[in-house]
Design a protein around this ligand. Sequence first.
Ligand code: PGA
Length: 252
Amino acid sequence: MSSRPQLIVGNWKMNQTQEGIKIFFDELEGLSENFLKGRAWIAPQAVHIPLAQFLSAERFKIGAQNCAQTTSGAFTGEISPEALVDLGVEFTLVGHSERRSIFKESDELLREKVACALEQGLKVIFCVGENLQERENNETFSVLERQLESALKGLTAPKKNQLVIAYEPVWAIGTGKTASPEQAQEAHAHIRKVLIEKIQLPGQTMSILYGGSVKPSNIEGLLKGEDIDGGLVGGASLNPADFKALCQIALS
Ligand code: PGA
């Protein structure tokens, strides 16, 4: 079990309706602000952020799934980190594997996105992870190193707790296949080592979340790893009963 505070982050991806969001927060009524203590975060679609902020009534931190590499200008369809801050948003994901693979976001672009979001004062959950072929070729560590170094090395030092890393093996996202607790712990320990030794970040105190088919039945095993500081949850975060159970297990 990690000695750092645990965090549960729901990534709703391109899902939910206004009605569904109302039902979701109604069903999570039982989780008090006192229990959650700012440790449960949710990233809805950008258009749903204000509604989620209103309905979650500050019990959950509401954030974005993506943001642009700059604050304003001719970037049709993008989400400005400045506009997010203006809305009272505190965090954004950057570099989710779906952004890397479907939207072809490169390591260089992700570096600009991380830098701009941090500069605007957002917390950033920077996602890294290898695909199946890279794992089978024994390239997991080198892929993680490349993704971390290219985005983070030499950046103006983030403020304390401003940067969170999410390890999400691509082969485990939305597939029902979770990394074993041993595989996850091994990758997390490596990420922490890279943060400290190669990027000169305060890796010892930074949160590293595991993502990839996390659900109530497997989170307990994953959280046994001393370098696993919580979960980034896709599918199971859309189900209020599952999300509630995940918070109860991880945050108690
Ligand atoms: P999953 O998604 O929990 O549905 O595997 C995780 C993620 O993509 O963040």
